[in-house]
Design a protein around this ligand. Structure first.
Ligand code: ADP
Ligand code: MG
Length: 316
C-alpha cells in the first residue's frame, strides 16, 4: 500500500470546521471573530507513553484525547488537529483500529483532522491540536490568587492503578480492573468543564504528570503555595480503602495520566461550581486552598505527608 493510499483510506474524513482539509499542501481554516487560536502539541512514543502491544483503538483514542485535554485546560474549544505518524511497517489491521479509535475521539469532541505527515520509523504519534477561546478569556496557570479554593474533577489515581495492574504490581478484581484500565486507555478530556470555567476559575491545568507535579506548575506560575487534604481527594474505592499505604498515596498524588482538570477559583464561586458538577454529572471536589506562603503542604487526617520523595515508582 502506498503512502497516499494509506492517508486516503485511514486519515481522510470530511471536515466540519475547515474550508480545506487533508489532501493539499496545507489546510485552510477560518478563526471565529473575537477569538484567539489556542495551539498545543503532544507526542506519544511506543514503549514510553504506551506499551508496544497496547490495543490500537486505545492508542488512537488516547493520542487525540490527551491533546484535547490541553484545550480543556485552557478553557478553549478544540476544533482542528494534525497527525504526524511514524510507522515501522504498514500493518493494516493495526491502522484500521488506530484510525477507528482516533476518529471516535474526534467525533466525540467535534474535532476535524485537517492534515499531517506519514513516514516510516519507530511507532511515534505527534499530534497538534488547535482550538478557539474568546479573546482574553483563556484560563492560564499564572492566574491563581491567594486563598483560592483548589478543585479537581473526576476521580484521581485510577489510571496509575490501572498501569500498576498491567505491570503486575497489584492484582485488581472487577469492577475496579475495568474501571482503571478504561481510565488509563481511553481517558475523557473535560472539554465541557473547561468551557464552563471561563470567567469562573482563576487558573487551570490538566493532570497529566500527577496531581502534585501539576499543581506545582500552577503554584510556581502564580507565586503561591497550597494546603491539600489527601482524604478529600475523590478516588476509586480500592484506593480509598488503602489510603494509609504510601504506594497508594503515591498513586493518587504522583500517578499522572488522569486527564482530569485541576483548577482554582474564588471561594465566592462554590455554589456555582457545585451546580456545575450536578449539571455536567461530573464530580468536582474541593481538595484544598492556595496560600500566600510558597510551600505545598499535604495532610492526611491532619498529619503532614512527606512529599519530598522524588523518583516515583508505583508500588515500589
Ligand atoms: P507534502 O508532500 O505536501 O508534505 P504529504 O504527501 O506529506 O504532503 O501529505 C499529503 C496530504 O495528506 C497533506 O494534505 C497532508 O496534510 C495529509 N496527511 C499526510 N499524513 C497524514 C496523516 N497521518 N493524517 C492526516 N493527514 C495526513
Ligand atoms: Mg509532508
Amino acid at each position: 500500500m502506498s503512502e497516499f493510499n494509506l492517508i486516503a483510506k485511514y486519515f481522510t474524513r470530511n471536515t466540519k470546521h475547515a474550508d480545506l482539509g487533508v489532501g493539499d499542501d496545507a489546510a485552510l481554516l477560518r478563526v471565529t471573530q473575537g477569538h484567539q487560536l489556542a495551539i498545543s502539541a503532544d507526542m506519544l512514543v511506543a514503549g514510553t507513553h504506551f506499551f508496544h502491544d497496547a490495543p490500537a483503538y486505545s492508542v488512537g483514542w488516547k493520542s487525540l484525547a490527551v491533546n484535547i485535554s490541553d484545550m480543556a485546560a485552557m478553557g478553549a474549544c478544540p476544533k482542528w488537529a494534525t497527525l504526524a505518524i511514524a510507522l515501522p511497517e504498514v500493518n493494516e489491521p493495526w491502522l484500521a483500529e488506530f484510525s477507528e479509535g482516533f476518529f471516535a475521539c474526534a467525533d466525540a469532541f467535534d474535532v476535524d483532522l485537517i492534515g499531517g505527515d506519514t513516514t516510516k520509523g519507530p511507532l511515534t504519534l505527534s499530534i497538534q491540536i488547535m482550538g478557539e477561546v474568546p479573546t482574553g478569556k483563556a484560563i492560564q496557570r499564572s492566574g491563581a490568587k491567594a486563598d483560592d479554593d483548589i478543585w479537581v474533577s473526576g476521580m484521581i489515581g485510577s489510571a496509575a492503578l490501572g498501569l500498576a495492574h498491567l505491570q503486575g504490581k497489584v492484582m485488581l478484581t472487577e469492577p475496579t480492573a475495568s474501571h482503571c484500565l478504561a481510565a488509563l486507555n481511553t481517558p475523557t478530556p473535560r472539554v465541557a468543564l473547561g468551557l464552563a470555567l471561563g470567567g469562573i476559575a482563576n487558573s487551570c491545568i490538566d493532570i497529566s504528570d500527577g496531581l502534585t507535579a501539576d499543581l506545582s506548575h500552577i503554584l510556581k506560575a502564580s507565586h503561591l503555595g497550597a494546603k491539600l487534604a489527601l482524604e478529600n481527594i475523590h478516588c476509586d474505592d480500592y484506593l480509598r480503602t488503602h489510603l494509609t499505604d504510601s504506594n497508594i498515596q503515591q498513586c493518587i498524588l504522583a500517578g499522572g495520566d488522569d486527564y482530569e482538570l485541576l483548577f482554582t477559583a474564588p471561594k465566592s464561586q462554590r455554589d456555582y461550581i457545585h451546580q456545575l458538577s450536578h449539571q455536567l454529572q461530573l464530580p468536582l471536589t474541593l481538595i484544598g486552598e492556595t496560600t500566600p506562603q510558597p510551600a505545598l503542604v499535604i495532610t492526611h487526617h491532619q498529619q503532614a505527608l512527606d512529599i519530598s520523595k522524588k523518583g516515583f515508582d508505583h508500588f515500589g
